[in-house]
Ligand binder design. Sequence first.
Ligand code: NAD
Ligand code: UGA
Length: 458
Amino acid sequence: MKFKKKILCIGAGYVGGPTMAMIAYKCPEYKVNVVDINPERISEWNSGKLPIYEPGLDEIVKAARGRNLFFNTDIEKGIKEADIIFVSVNTPTKKYGAGAGMAADLQYWEKTARQILECSESPKIIVEKSTLPVKTALAMERILTSTDNGIHFEVLSNPEFLAEGTAVKDLENPDRVLIGSSQTEEGLKARDELIEIYENWVPKERIITTNVWSSELSKLVANAFLAQRISSINAISELCEKTDADITEVSKAVGLDSRIGSKFLNASVGFGGSCFQKDILNLVYLCRHYGLDQVADYWEGVVKINDYQKDRFVLNMLKAMFNTLAGKKVCLFGFAFKANTGDTRESPAITVSRKLIEEKAELRITDPEALNNARNDLKDIKGKISFIEDPYEAASGSHAIAIMTEWDLYSELDYEKIFQSMNKPAFIFDGRNIADHNKLFEIGFNVYGVGRPPLTHF
Ligand code: NAD
Ligand code: UGA
């Protein structure tokens, strides 16, 4: 089949895979090739069991794969034949050298830029899909124009706003698609080519255009604002615990103000995921770089409160369980950083597990999708940890349950049966406030939520 245009995506991860699957699904006249340096990941994308769990993803991949969606490891060939290249490689927090623990590690991204330059034989549009510090497109452009090969590369910014667990829904029906371009004739032409792709399914008015720098910065700011809401409500949750107020009621009352809005006001054990912390730290680093220390301190507070919330969760467990966890069995319900994903990157469950092990507790971890990742996250820990698929089996014989992930499953279990199988007094620490606390208390549990008075039998 003759395709209208050839798209390449470098990086077949949580963003590259689903976004390209959606483009291929919605635009059969484009050939979409997804490449990665990781051959196992690619073979999983070509198999019956995809490398990531996302509701609805299997269906769209199956519909497009082999038709106009292809996964492979031949990056060189992919670059040569592509008209449009999306760069969707990982940009984690730097762990070494200048900016360690704060700045974005751009090594994967820069390698990609150099490889594009090396392998290109024709003009290309390069689309930044990865989340990058503002002004990164300039660095990309400098690398791409560092030789006099006469090939024109036009760099666009098109950040991704999907959330894991709802990726397919978010991609199919995005609040907005943001495209940043330079305001030159070539920049605007490239921008229009990208708009043409999205217009296949996204209403025109939701496709917004800006200059490149606004687009890059908007992505960091959107994540910072979302995370800030969670840290704000989590900060208030501690005050609720001291004052007999209930965070769920406060959050409802506050969120009904249409200027504030009700979303993202669920108090929790803390936010996780590969991006919130990384992107805020990156924002903080940028502010410090420009000498904006007060601004940097303000945003850094969001991450500090999040760390504090995770620490506080474990300290509350310790205090409630008579100041010792040594030798006690604690069952973690959920390990993924949120429901409907197997992703455990920066999951609060990792921090909580490590702290519980420091207290010499014995861990029994259960999760419907994330057990393999959990094993990997905790593989360096010396301590008693078991990974058990069945939540009833995991809870049996435990002294306490800690709900780490808001999987629906955990609000629907037979807690009467679970209570019977546990050591007494039985404790439940609901890090997501998803269970029916009054009912659990009636069953006999001592119940501790986030931001509400505990319900105890002593
Ligand atoms: P990921 O780690 O799941 O995927 C990145 C992929 O890039 C990996 O498979 C890796 O092997 C591959 N890769 C790295 N260097 C490469 C190279 N030189 N050539 C080919 N492949 C290479 O990461 P992700 O979660 O998909 O995130 C990618 C970017 O998107 C990040 O910048 C992230 O901040 C941003 N983002 C992520 C999400 C999310 O929900 N995960 C949402 C929006 C934006
Ligand atoms: C987030 C953003 O929502 C996406 O728009 C963005 O594209 C993405 O980061 C990214 O750049 O990677 P994601 O991390 O997948 O998406 O998931 P969220 O739904 O934002 O949840 C993040 C964390 O906050 C989870 O641990 C979740 O449990 C927690 N959370 C969320 C709360 O504790 N309370 C809430 O009210 C909402």
